[in-house]
Design a protein around this ligand. Sequence first.
Ligand SMILES: NC(=O)c1ccc[n+]([C@@H]2O[C@H](COP(=O)([O-])OP(=O)(O)OC[C@H]3O[C@@H](n4cnc5c(N)ncnc54)[C@H](O)[C@@H]3O)[C@@H](O)[C@H]2O)c1
Ligand SMILES: O=C(O)C(=O)C[C@]1(C(=O)O)C=C[C@@H](O)C=C1
Length: 363
Amino acid sequence: MTKIAIFGVGLIGGSLALCFTGKPGLTVVGYDLRELSAAKYVERGVVDSMAASLHEAAEDADFIFLCVPVGVLGQYVEELSRMKLKPGCVITDVGSTKGSVAALAAQLRFSEAIFIGGHPMAGSERSGVEAASSYLFENAFYVLTPQPNTPQEAIDSLSELLKYTKANIVHVEPEIHDEIVGAISHLPHIIAVALVNQIRQYNEDNPLYSILAAGGFRDITRIASSDSLVWRDILINNKQVLLKLLSGWAEETQKFVHMLEEEDGEGVRQAFQTAGQFRSQLPERRKGMIHAIYECYIDVPDHPGIIGKITTELGNARINLSNIQIIESREDVPGIMRLSFRKQEDLDQAVEKLAEIGYPVHF
Ligand SMILES: NC(=O)c1ccc[n+]([C@@H]2O[C@H](COP(=O)([O-])OP(=O)(O)OC[C@H]3O[C@@H](n4cnc5c(N)ncnc54)[C@H](O)[C@@H]3O)[C@@H](O)[C@H]2O)c1
Ligand SMILES: O=C(O)C(=O)C[C@]1(C(=O)O)C=C[C@@H](O)C=C1
């Protein structure tokens, strides 16, 4: 039996556990500080068993996944380096920053264990094991940050195990990872939170702000609901990169200040056009490099019962819908409905079914 230990059975740790639990030859042991009784994790089939201590979980493990917030990662890596682990044991993490943990692991001496940094580029604004899903990583990118001296055998065995996630493995240097992920993940989280807080203050004087908030505001601010402790750790850890990115962001917004002051309509138009062109080149159906969610949109007339009709038709055809949302709905104006699926197969079947019943989709 290959023993997999998961430290931190939350959104990411729980999702990884769900990918591995029940697979032939694998046994998954969880460890978490949270007061959710161990039996519940086991009953729900997330893990095979829960360990009462870090040592119990790590003992004899072939793989150890550290799925805890970035702020406590270092302490686990250090503790593991002091333990006698199974020879060849691969320790990996899922932290959203890679530079500091790679630097720490490089200076520690593990007795016959190997550390390989990792980061699945998939997630959610939700947190905790309740939000975990075995589909979370499907089709997403999964970054590994092996060092030049990392044994190939260890990289291969971790990559082989990660096939259960159905993610695409990519190797990236830790510092490059932090720069890129700072720009495409951490900065957007800061912007979303700052924007929500700006509007929240206006809303204190006039609640119409939140009442009128429609698709635009909701789309750009979904990630502002992310876990505050997880994100505190990520942002502080990637401080140097983010300070540079924030000054770039200030320059970008300043460009708009100038364009508006000068009433430079052509400048505004060009800004939208170049942004739109770049965005349309992002890989389709993966929401950038982020989600393993397959989505399509349909134009729907605004009349009662439309959601029921669509869900019934898809349900009768045994097509699993993971989410449904009306993005815009005004009286007498067709609304847009966003349908999300967990699998490409479901999306393809839905496209066919919806066309058949008179609702052509767009992406
Ligand atoms: N949320 C995302 O979208 C996302 C995506 C990719 C990677 N990550 C990274 O994954 C890691 C976990 O994030 P998450 O979103 O799963 O958070 P989460 O809050 O859902 O899960 C974290 C789990 O770790 C447990 N925990 C916290 N401190 C602990 C400790 N000292 N010892 C043992 N368990 C502890 C918590 O009880 C919780 O169950 C973070 O490092 C984060 O940067 C998050
Ligand atoms: O989709 C989301 O909600 C996420 O926040 C996922 C997201 C991201 O920003 O893309 C967040 C943190 C990660 O480390 C990786 C992915």
